[in-house]
Design a binder for this molecule. Sequence first.
Ligand code: HPA
Length: 275
Amino acid sequence: MDTRVKKIREAAAFIKENIGGKTPEVGIILGSGLGKLGDAIEAEAVIPYAKIPNFAKSTAIGHKGNFIFGKLAGKYVCAMQGRFHFYEGYAMDQVTLPVRVMAALGIKTLFVSNAAGGLNQSFSVGDLMIIRDHINLMPNPLIGPNLDAFGERFPDMTAAYDLDLIARAEKIAKKAKIPVRKGVYLGNTGPSYETPAEVRYYISIGADAVGMSTVPEVLVARHCGIPVFGMSVITNVSNTDNASTVLNDGDDVVRAADAAADRMCAIFQKLIETI
Ligand code: HPA
C-alpha cells in the first residue's frame, strides 16, 4: 500500500476509535474568522493533533491544533481548530493530511475560511468574501503518484467552490443583512506579504484577495470529490504603491479577523443548517 494511504488510514482509525465509531457529515477548517464557530459546537470529543498518528504540529499565530467532534446546526461535524500552512515548512502531504483523513472519516461537505489581503480596490478591511474560484501559485499537493483510492489523476476544477452552496450563502447573507463580496482567492506560499509589484500583477490576472492557505486543502478535497464552500475575511488592504505608510502586520490580521468573526460564523452556521 502507498505509505501516504497507510498514514491517512492510521490517523482515521485512531480518530474513529476516539469518537465511538461515528461518521462526521461535515468537515470545517476553522481558519481566521471562524474560531468562534468552534465554541458553538457541542463538543463530544476534542483530539489534539499532537496525539493523532502521523499529524504535524501547528505553529502559526492565532491558530490552535485540535480536531473538535460534535453537534453544530443539527449535524455531527468534525472541525479543525487550526491548520497546517506550507510556509511553516511542512510538505504538502502534511498540510493536506487532515483533509484526506476527514474524507476517510466520511465527510460529505467541506467548509473553509481564511484571512486574506484585499487586492480588489473596492474591498475594505473587515469585508467578507465568498470564494467563487481560486488561482493557485503554490506547489500543487496532488503532484506525485496519484492516490487512486481517493480520486482520479486529473481532477476537474471547473466548479471547485460549490455553486449551489455559494447561492445559498448569498441568500442567507442577504436575509441576515450581512454584506458579502464574492471573488477569486489567490493562494501564495507566504510567509512574506506581497510586494506592490506582485499586488499589481495579481490584480491583473483576476484575483480579488490573496492569502497563504486554503488552496491546497481545496484541491485535495475536490480530488476526493467533496463539495467545498469557502469564505475569506479581508484583514488588510494590499498595497499597490511602495510609498504606502500602512504596512502589513500579522497582529492586525488576527485582530481584523476577530472583528469579523460573528458575521462570518452566522453565515456558516445557517449554511450548515441547510445541508
Ligand atoms: N497577503 C497574504 N496573506 C494574507 C494577507 C495578505 O495581505 N492578509 C492575510 N493573509
